[in-house]
Design a protein. Sequence first.
Length: 158
Amino acid sequence: MARRYWLFKSEPSSFSVDDLLGAPGRTTCWEGVRNYQARNLLRDNVKKGDGVFFYHSGARPSGVAGICVVTRSGYPDDSAQDPNSGYHDPRATGGNPIWYMVDIRLARKFTNVVPLSLIRNTPGLENMVLCRKGNRLSIQPVAPSEWRLIQRLAGTLR
DNA sequence: GCCAACGTTGGC
DNA sequence: GCCAACGTTGGC
């Protein structure tokens, strides 16, 4: 299977690209996804070696803040089984973990966030899942052409 | 802070 | 299985 591309959303007030920059090995587990559609992607489709856009939501501005690489494919999100975690789900067990996560490593933090407003106005990006009305999916597929275009945009913002 | 859009829950 | 109520997301 060829390398695939994704976009992961995070509110920077909760976990930002700078938090990942400061993490050991610039690596983190992407815990806490509690939506079944996003869960299915993490469990079944996001694979080691895939590319990830780190997206800041609820930010000023919201937009793509950097590029990551998946370093571990989907595995059970054990925060669901931790009563002390904010992500605890009492239904999750070892035999039925329900929720899944992957590990990602920050490859590059963009000098400037590529803002959503620019993405919306850039030909070739208007059909991104990100731009679709009402979209709330926190794990999204990104087309190879979109992957290249956004990196080119990031270069123009330097 | 507002509010539209969406996902989930739970009564029936 | 339907659907109203509710909670959450996320842009603005």
